[in-house]
Design a protein around this ligand. Structure first.
Ligand code: BGC
Length: 893
């Protein structure tokens, strides 16, 4: 009747190579009964058939994040575990099927291998071909029971064993703040090795380490040289072990991959392929030695991020553009790559260029992704290339797919192919971090469904190891973008491990003085990134350090990341507290409500660079940027000071840090009070009297409750005055519809959402968008394009409103242990259905209106409770797990 399934450790099923001292376990309960709550659990963990932890029967309803509490875990050991539970109906489950986790290399001494570098003297200003490395080794003639490889690199690596490329996980070792945290991956090679001669083959590439990164296309950000670290343990049935390490026994040579760069793409000459280079029997006598170097092991951490995998594939259609170009058009804008199979005579070179859109005339373009001559000359940047240049070896059909890069694209221009192009020979492959998709939404309005799909595709396109701004122009872990999208992102995908890994890099990259850089991993820490560095510490961006850990806590009940980031949250707020105490000279010239209360100024943050609201429609971002460099933005800065301070106090409360809870709680109240005094004017206006100004005051909880009612009124007046066109930028877009619906303006929120004229969420769909645009007007009515990425998820932060308000699924307590179901129909919708796959199981809210009857189907997973609010306002129903149906008269509303 009751069973335990889906056992996971640190969010993964049977992970190998983890380095948590007390990994956390979770499971799901299945039952055919309603109202099922777990009342107790019993966990047994074993290692080599010895019990290492027997929790005994623990009276508890906790089924997620139970920390291992047995004898200390040891490197390279595999632990199996099983669990049984009891529930409130008196049932006792069977023992679950057993699951496992395996520890990686916990201690520095476990690393016996050496770092090796394949390249001799190189000129760091010149691009280098990718080094291939090989190591031939003999294994004894005994039964091989298990083999594990622990691998990482400076640059990217692709590992192969006996000619077999192990490229399920892409772009390893991922993108982190390499000098402080370099992930290694663990491979189970038990089935790949054989007795006698074996070969490990590795290709290295520039990747994020030294390839072009960020908007400024900086090179050599983390280092100038590539390196490999590899340690292979082979266990035999007689208990003996062989260890193969990266050392002077490896050989290297460059081959067909002449260039591989994140932003430029690949140059590959198949004529230079070295057949069999990663198998035995290959003659490597003309290969070169490698150099053993000492880069140490201090920064090595086991992989905790979610590996990048290949996902959906698409076929394109062939178009001839007015200027005569041959272009493949795919149905979806993605981050990914092309795999092609083509035949051409030896020496034929083709070039594929990847872009997101066609221009006004219908020709292929990359202009939307390049800043234009003036800016690129000013900042000395090169244009984005996104090319694959491939030279055929001739003969049989040849297949190519990049190993080390990805492109943001929907259109691919093909040049140089001598024959007819058959689109069937090209496949577009989306790649992204392999998180489970947790959100599903569908309603009676096709445009809204398309919006949801576009938001999801921009999530996929930008969740490539780090949460990026866009997969094209900058590909950077912008903190602001990550922050505004965190709530929506966590509806769409199970982001806990993904964000946690990035947050640890944020913690690592936080400056001594508390400033959080604008982009994480932070290139500014390693090179003179100039511009970017100037922007570090901007509110709305740097506040990612307080906002995202709290979001992860609220959605996944993950206290661990909150605890880990708490010192960083605090350092950021302490930094602001100090900065706010300074008074900027310009404040002395401006009229202020603080006259006679100079001490109040010490709560107003009126200095330093801040992006401000950023990208409000019809604002010029260059002017915005330049003016931000000169003029302080005390209203926005102080608002986020209060917000971060409040989040810090909340975190202190959750973690039981009483003193901090008191201190930051009262500091937050004081800042809010002073913010209200200074920025909320007597006539009820908040200059500059924009939608964003009113949204912010309410959403960040800056003003007292009664003032909020009047401010919401101001907001709705503005929205109506703007004829239901969106006027917010990055920071307030996530909140605007929430504020409207929370304050009684539900229909206004729907009208704003359903607007099809520019600027609006649906306008891009009228222009054929398949992802979210950076700017509301990336393609104008007359089809002219502006400089704007077509794959920026930030405006997609409206997504949470579809789940929380339209379908009405919200957490009532952290991690959805308590659930609120409160659908709010409107906008002429006749039905909406959404589901969210919580850690406890699937939550569904599905409603329809027919013949003036509103009916609602709800699914609540075991071990949770829900409060269901019907939209006629009459009833709040409290239920436990199960499937339920309700209806009410829609006319009574
Ligand atoms: C990026 C953003 C980012 C912004 C502000 C842009 O160039 O694409 O999304 O947040 O700069 O720094």
């Amino acid at each position: 009747m009751i069973s335990v399934v889906a056992l996971r450790c640190e969010y993964f099923s049977n992970p190998i190579g983890i380095d948590f001292a007390s990994p956390r376990l979770m499971w799901r309960i299945q039952s055919d009964q309603e109202n099922v709550m777990q009342t107790a659990y019993h966990i047994i963990a074993e290692c080599n058939s010895q019990t290492v932890w027997d929790s005994g029967k623990v009276e508890s309803d906790q089924s997620i994040h139970i920390s291992y509490d047995g004898s200390p875990l040891e490197s390279r050991k595999r632990y199996t575990w099983r669990v049984k539970v009891w529930d409130n109906t008196g049932s006792e489950s069977e023992w679950s099927a057993s699951a496992s986790w395996e520890i990686g290399l916990l201690n520095k001494e476990d690393w016996t291998t050496r770092w090796i570098e394949p390249e001799e003297e190189i000129n760091p200003d010149e691009r280098q071909p990718c080094p291939y490395l090989r190591r031939k080794f003999e294994l004894a003639d005994k039964e091989i029971t298990e083999a594990r490889a622990y691998v990482t690199s400076h640059g990217l690596y692709a590992l192969s064993i006996n000619g077999n490329m192990l490229d399920e996980n892409l772009l390893t070792p991922g993108f982190t703040s390499y000098h402080k945290r370099l992930q290694y991956q663990t491979y189970d090679l038990s089935n790949q090795l054989k007795n006698g001669e074996n070969v490990i083959g590795v290709i290295l590439a520039d990747g994020w380490w030294r390839g072009k990164t960020g908007g400024l296309s900086l090179k050599n950000v983390y280092g100038e040289r590539l390196a490999l670290l590899c340690q292979l343990h082979v266990l035999y049935s007689d208990g003996s072990e062989d260890v193969i390490i990266s050392d002077e026994n490896w050989k290297t040579k460059t081959g067909a991959l002449l260039l591989s760069d994140m932003k430029d793409g690949d140059i590959y000459d198949a004529r230079l392929e070295m057949n069999g280079w990663n198998s035995s029997g290959f003659d490597d006598s003309n290969w070169n030695p490698v150099t053993v170097v000492n880069h140490g092991y201090d920064n090595l951490v086991a992989q905790t991020g979610v590996p990048i995998h290949r996902h959906e594939t698409f076929k394109g259609k062939l178009i001839k553009t007015p200027s005569g170009e041959t272009v493949l058009e795919f149905p979806q804008n993605i981050a990914g790559r092309i795999r092609f199979t083509l035949q051409a005579p030896e020496g034929t070179t083709i070039k594929l260029t990847h872009g997101e859109t066609l221009d006004k005339q219908g020709n292929f373009t990359l202009n939307n992704l390049n800043p234009g001559k003036i800016v690129s000359t000013m900042f000395n940047t090169e244009d984005l290339k996104q090319e694959i240049i491939y030279t055929f070896k001739g003969g049989a059909p040849e297949t190519y797919e990049t190993l080390f890069t990805f492109q943001g694209f929907r259109y691919v221009k093909i040049e140089g192919y001598p024959g007819e192009i058959n689109p069937e020979n090209f496949t577009a492959i989306a790649i992204y971090s392999d998180m489970r998709v947790t959100g599903d939404f569908d309603c009676s309005n096709a445009m809204l469904n398309k919006l949801h799909s576009n938001i999801l595709w921009s999530t996929k396109g930008n969740f490539v190891d780090v949460p990026m701004d866009c997969p094209t122009r900058e590909r950077s872990g912008y903190t602001g973008d990550g922050q505004v999208f965190a709530r929506t992102g966590a509806f769409l995908m199970e982001t806990a491990s993904f964000y946690s890994k990035w947050l640890l890099d944020m913690a690592a990259d936080q400056r001594e003085n508390g400033i959080v850089p604008t982009v994480i991993p932070d290139p500014g820490a390693h090179v003179e990134a100039g511009m970017l560095d100037l922007t570090a510490g901007s509110v709305g961006w740097a506040d990612a350090v307080t906002i995202i850990p709290m979001t992860v806590y609220e959605v996944f009940a993950d206290k661990q990341i909150l605890e880990q980031l708490y010192p960083n949250m605090k350092r950021w707020v302490d930094y602001i507290e100090n900065r706010a105490k300074q008074t900027h000279w310009s404040s002395r010239l401006k009229p202020s409500n603080m006259a006679g209360m100079p001490e109040h100024h010490s709560y107003i943050w009126d200095s330093d660079f801040h992006f401000g609201e950023w990208s409000e429609p019809d604002k010029n971002y260059v002017i915005e940027l330049l003016s931000s460099l000169v003029f302080p933005r005390p209203m926005v800065a102080t608002a986020y000071y209060a917000y971060s301070c409040q989040l810090l106090a909340d975190a202190a409360g959750i973690l039981g840090y009483d003193e901090d809870f008191q201190y930051y709680g009262s500091l937050a109240s004081r800042i809010k009070e002073i913010w209200t005094k200074e920025f909320l004017k007597k006539d009820g206006k908040i200059p500059p009297d924009t939608q964003a100004a009113y949204v912010r005051a309410i959403a960040l909880d800056l003003v007292p409750a009664d003032a909020k009612i009047a401010i919401a009124r101001k907001l709705v007046d503005k929205v109506r005055e703007d004829n239901y066109h969106i006027a917010t930028g990055f920071l307030s877009t996530p909140f605007i519809c929430h504020v409207l619906s929370d304050y009684g303006y539900l229909e206004d929120a729907y009208r704003l959402l359903l607007q099809e004229e520019r600027p609006s969420w649906l306008y891009p769909i009228t222009k054929g968008a398949t992802t979210m645009w950076e700017f509301w007007d990336a393609i104008k009515e007359d089809n002219s394009i502006r400089m704007s990425s077509h794959n920026h998820y930030s405006p997609g932060s409206i997504g949470s409103w579809l789940y929380e308000v339209v379908a009405g699924i919200r957490p009532g307590s952290p991690g959805y242990k308590n659930i609120i179901i409160q659908p709010q129909p409107g906008g002429g919708l006749t039905y909406a259905r959404a589901s969210y796959e919580s850690l406890y199981g699937r939550i569904t809210s599905s409603w329809q209106i027919e013949d003036n009857i509103f009916s609602l189907d709800v699914t609540i997973p075991p071990n949770t409770r829900a409060k269901i609010h019907l939209p006629d306002g009459t009833k709040v129903i409290e239920v436990g797990s199960g499937d339920y149906q309700y209806s009410c008269d829609w006319n009574t509303r």
